[in-house]
Structures are given as structure tokens and as C-alpha cells.
Ligand binder design. Structure first.
Ligand code: HH2
Length: 284
């Protein structure tokens, strides 16, 4: 059911799928929505990264700028100072590939130079005109994520005609724009951007029909972890959304997601294994 892909990381190609990957979130920020301030200290961030690799992460995603609803942009020097030393240390210390969660080309370039193998750009190359060139030159995988609006205002009044069709059309267009800019198709993953300019109903509709995004022909990454759609469904604060996250992770895997981006790696890795075994192609 879930197809296999070749993913071009920096300097090497790896198979992705049918076994899904767990991407561990490492927020080196004071203000992320669920763990802001916990890993701002570089030593704490590196320890957290190592722990997630031991808990079964296939990939780590380090970010120095929160994109939670209402968040303000972080100056480039500040973002670099937060995230680059952590990426450099983790790239040396852990066996799994490291991704950098940034929309700034200079931060992405520095992270790739420091050993990152992937860039997670929540603006899908719309935030910084120099980003595509960085990926075209340096190589490395690139996540193209859908977002309506920008983090500061995106949850004010999200509006779609048909949300799944519009997200799919956007991701298709961004894949072609990346390829036209010199990035290889094998470098690309797509992500519908749960919670980025979407109401509860929009998020649910995307997750219910996630399988439709498979026709884009690139691996699907989804980030449901601890997000507010779970809070709305369960009427629970951010610290109590683990079970909801795991249910969403399982549903995503059953519908063909090949990377799930999560905070709680150990639990999610177990849920992913079971969900993958229960898919029609039964990945053990
Ligand atoms: N979600 C967040 C951040 N980056 N990147 C991708 N590709 N997909 C996502 O769904 C996604 C993302 C928000 O989660 P988190 O990193 O925990 O929070 P914050 O942005 O507040 O740091």
C-alpha cells in the first residue's frame, strides 16, 4: 500500500518506505507551543537529541524559531546561534540524519555545512528567495509544507473552497517550482501542514483524506503532535495530548504517511510499528 521512495539526503541516497520513519522534534526555542524553554540551553538540546535517537527516532528535526500561531519571526543571528551548535554536535554524535527546521536560507546553509542532511521549510520555498539555491547546490532533502497565511496571523480566519484539493494543488505546484529551481525530485517530501492556517474541520478533513496526497508522488510527512486540533477534540491542555497524538499518528501511517513528526518519540515509534503492521501491506 505505501510505496517506496529514494530520498536524497546530503551526500547519499536512502530508501524511504514502506517502513515509516519517526522524526523527533527538537525545539531550541524559548517559546514553542508545547516545550518552549526546555531545550534552549545547547547542552540540554543535545542531550534531548541523543535521547530521542536512543528512543527510536529515525530522524531529528532541530529548530530555533517557533512557528506556533501568533509567533513573531526570530532575527537570523539569534536563530543561527540557537540551532547551529546543536546540529553540529548531534551530526557528530548520533547516527540518524539531522534536519533543520528553518525558512531562512543562511540558517539552512550553515546547518547543512554543520552536518544536517535535510531542511524543513514551513514556507515551502516562499519565505526566502535564496533557499532553493542553497538546496540545489548543497543537496539534502527538503520538506515542502502547506501553510495558509503566516504564523503571526494564520489562525485568524482560515478559509478554503475545498481544503484537500487546495492543499494538494499547492504541494504539487511547490514540487514543480523546486524542481524548476534545480532541486532534484528525489530531495523532496511534502507535508499538508496540520494547524498552519486551518480550522479543526480543515485539519480533520486533511487527516481523513491524507491518502489522496499520495498521488503527488513524493513521501508524505505529517506533524500532528500535541497540536490544538487534539486539544479541541479532547478538551485537554497541551501536556495531555499523548494518546490523541498516538491515535493521529496511527491514522496517518495507515493512510500512507512515511514520516511522522513527533515530540514523544518512544511512544510514537511503538504506535508506528503497530500501525505499519496493520496496513494492507503489513510492514513488520
Ligand atoms: N509543525 C510545527 C513546526 N514545524 N514542520 C513541518 N514540516 N510540519 C509540521 O507540522 C510542523 C513543522 C509546530 O510544532 P512544534 O515544532 O512543536 O512547535 P513550534 O513551532 O511552536 O516550535
Amino acid at each position: 500500500m505505501a510505496e517506496g521512495f529514494v530520498l536524497r539526503l546530503r551526500g547519499r541516497e536512502v530508501p524511504l518506505g514502506p517502513r515509516p520513519w519517526v522524526q523527533g522534534i527538537l525545539n531550541v526555542t524559548p517559546d514553542s507551543f508545547s516545550d518552549g524553554g526546555r531545550f534552549l540551553d545547547p547542552a540540554a538540546a543535545v542531550a534531548r537529541g541523543r535521547a530521542m535517537a536512543e528512543e527510536g527516532a529515525d530522524l531529528l528535526d532541530g529548530g530555533g524559531e517557533s512557528t506556533r500561531p501568533g509567533s513573531a519571526p526570530v532575527p537570523e543571528a539569534e536563530e543561527r546561534a540557537r540551532v547551529i551548535p546543536v546540529i553540529r554536535a548531534l551530526a557528530r554524535d548520533v547516527a540518524v540524519p539531522i534536519s533543520v527546521d528553518t525558512s531562512k536560507a543562511s540558517v539552512a546553509a550553515a546547518a547543512l555545512e554543520a552536518g544536517a542532511a535535510m531542511v524543513n521549510d514551513v514556507t515551502a520555498l516562499r519565505g526566502d528567495p535564496a533557499m532553493a539555491g542553497v538546496l540545489a547546490r548543497a543537496g539534502g532533502a527538503l520538506v515542502l509544507m502547506h501553510m495558509q497565511g503566516e504564523p503571526r496571523t494564520m489562525q485568524a480566519a482560515p478559509r478554503y473552497g475545498e481544503v484537500v484539493a487546495e492543499v494538494a494543488a499547492f504541494l504539487r505546484e511547490r514540487v514543480e517550482a523546486a524542481v524548476a529551481a534545480g532541486i532534484a525530485r528525489e530531495q523532496l517530501l511534502v507535508d499538508p501542514g496540520i494547524g498552519f492556517g486551518k480550522t479543526l474541520e480543515h485539519n480533520l478533513e486533511i487527516l481523513r483524506r491524507l491518502g489522496e496526497l499520495r498521488s503527488i508522488g513524493r513521501p508524505i510527512l505529517v506533524g500532528p503532535s500535541r497540536k490544538s486540533f487534539l486539544g479541541a477534540l479532547l478538551d485537554l491542555p497541551v501536556g495531555e495530548r499523548l494518546e490523541g497524538t498516538l491515535a493521529a499518528v496511527a491514522a496517518c501511517v495507515l493512510r500512507g504517511a512515511l514520516v511522522v513528526r513527533v515530540h514523544d518519540v518512544r511512544a510514537a515509534a511503538r504506535a508506528v510499528r503497530v500501525a505499519a503492521a496493520l496496513r494492507s501491506d503489513g510492514v513488520l
